[in-house]
Design a protein around this ligand. Structure first.
Ligand SMILES: *Cc1c(COP(=O)(O)O)cnc(C)c1O
Length: 499
């Protein structure tokens, strides 16, 4: 809280910039246009560098430590992605460059669309949406338009299990449809009886997160898909996290009609506060012509093997329209392309095998210390309950805060909503066994502390630059800039959850 601001280290007359000698005639500035009330800090170059480097070190990141934030898939993003995205031919390509001058970029987009289609068994993919949630909106608008085009106007409902990601029901409302919540059964799967009872000719489709936010693969997924198709609805899969499925299951082959991928979760592009990202959408036969545009398409096939095809950006035939300027966030396409290309066929399969193995390793080693509400093999993440029998005032939040003292970013708290005191843990495939063991040891020590010295948890964190924050106040009284005129108030929000 007493962190010096840039103004605190300012002293009159200090300078951090050397201006070149004037090589034009000097004239005085028009004084009536100058703002005299601007209070600019005066600091030397070294001071300003230290100030901002020190501030940046207070940020926790995957490059500084373990980050098991479930649902968010904070895997390591290889630095080669950044090198590729910065190649001048990609980074400096203007979006208004004509097709002839953009062939390399369009070929890369085309290839990425093809790879994503192959990984998940869809007919076509659009890279246009800027985030997972926007991909969801695209998919539900596609389902809506499909029914309307057929004159089927009664279908206004989308079924959403209560284990779905929070964005799912929000998407349904944004698309002007009605979300109908379905309960889960005791195994954490969709309650099939409730599903069958809800299926009728007003159902436009179903939106289901696979694996569910409980980290579980729906054991009766084929029955679920069949029931919805039988009543004329279409199936949307929230495939934000493909980390458990690659090379194992192709959603398109299971019968899903449309799905979004989060390139920032599975394909190692940076997370960025909701964007700029890429929430690509894949579609099967029924919906492929409705994809948001433009997509990269072959506009002229090669005449012989030597020649490359000619690519162009085109809107799919019955497209729902455009969601994003130009072709979406091209820098993300380059990074995801690099990731898939470097891993190759076997490497992509290994990512999922290791992600699932890592999550199950932690789950198995913590199951005698913490309550695991759904004790089955998990996918890329699992949920445990962050409380202990007989200790009433220790909550998931206290465990999370204490983890920070052990140098570990907390898991996702209080999500999914259907598990009391939920902690959703996702190690990702990029962590070594030694790191997983450190995390497990920390979790076990914290459980012991909860029994022996609960105060230690209640007052955590102890080693961070600021101790426990008033998260409600931090969110309600945002202070977005610093300066001597403003009261000094911490603006750091608590760790994100369910993103
Ligand atoms: C992260 C996530 C989303 C939302 O993706 P954004 O890119 O944050 O909009 C949707 N569904 C699931 C299952 C997710 O994990």
């Amino acid at each position: 809280m007493t962190e010096p601001t840039i103004y605190d280290i300012s002293a009159p007359g200090r300078r951090g910039v050397l201006l070149p000698d004037v090589d034009v005639p000097e004239t005085s500035l028009p004084t009536e246009l100058l703002r005299t009330e601007l209070n600019l800090p005066e600091v030397g170059e070294l001071q300003v560098i230290r100030h901002f480097v020190n501030l940046s070190k207070k940020n926790y990141s995957i490059d500084s430590g373990f980050y098991p934030l479930g649902s968010c898939t904070m895997k390591y993003n290889p630095k080669i992605n950044e090198d590729m995205a910065r190649l001048p031919g990609f980074a400096q390509l203007h979006p208004l460059t004509d097709e002839e001058g953009s062939q390399g970029a369009l070929a890369l987009m085309y290839q990425l669309q093809e790879w994503l289609a192959e990984i998940s068994g869809f007919k076509a993919v659009s890279l246009a949406p800027a985030a997972g949630a926007q991909g969801e909106l695209a998919g539900i608008l596609m389902i809506r338009k499909y029914h309307l085009d057929r004159g089927d106007r009664k279908r206004t409902k989308i079924l959403v299990p209560n284990s779905a990601h929070g964005t799912n029901p929000a998407t349904v409302s944004m698309a002007g449809l009605q979300a109908v919540e379905l309960p889960s059964d005791e195994n954490g799967d969709v309650d099939l009886k409730a599903l069958q009872a809800a299926c009728d000719d007003t159902v436009a489709g179903m939106m289901i997160t696979v694996p569910s936010t409980l980290g579980l693969f729906e054991s009766q997924i084929l029955d679920v898909i069949q029931a919805v198709h039988d009543c004329g609805g279409l199936m949307y899969m929230d495939g934000a996290n493909m980390n458990a499925l690659m090379g194992v299951v192709k959603p398109g082959e299971l019968g899903f009609d449309v799905m979004h991928y989060n390139l920032h979760k599975t394909f190692s592009t940076p997370h960025g506060g909701g964007g700029p990202g890429c929430g690509a959408v894949g579609a099967g036969e029924k919906l492929k012509d409705y994809l948001p545009g433009p997509t990269s398409q072959i506009v002229e096939a090669p005449t012989d093997d030597e020649e490359a095809p000619l690519y162009g950006l085109r809107a799919p035939e019955k497209t729902i329209g455009q969601l994003k300027a130009f072709q979406g966030n091209f820098g993300m396409h380059v990074r995801a392309y690099t990731y898939i290309r470097i891993h190759g066929d076997q490497g992509i399969k290994d990512i999922s095998r290791h992600a699932v193995l890592n999550a199950n390793y932690i789950r198995a080693r913590l199951k005698d210390t913490y309550k695991i509400p759904y004790p089955r093999i998990c996918a890329h993440e699992f949920v445990l309950e962050g409380h202990f029998e007989g200790i009433d005032d220790i909550h998931a939040l206290d465990i999370s805060k204490r983890l920070m003292d052990y140098g570990i970013h907390p898991p996702t708290n209080y999500f999914p909503l259907i598990v009391p005191e939920a902690l959703l843990i996702e190690p990702t495939e990029t962590e070594a066994k030694a790191t997983l063991d450190e995390f497990i040891d920390a979790m076990k020590k914290i459980a012991q502390e909860a029994h022996e010295n609960p105060e230690l948890l209640k007052t955590a964190p102890h080693v961070t630059p600021v101790s426990r924050l008033d998260e409600v106040r931090a969110a309600k009284q945002l202070v977005l800039c610093c300066g001597p005129a403003l009261p000094s108030l911490s603006v750091t929000a608590g760790e994100r959850s369910g993103d």
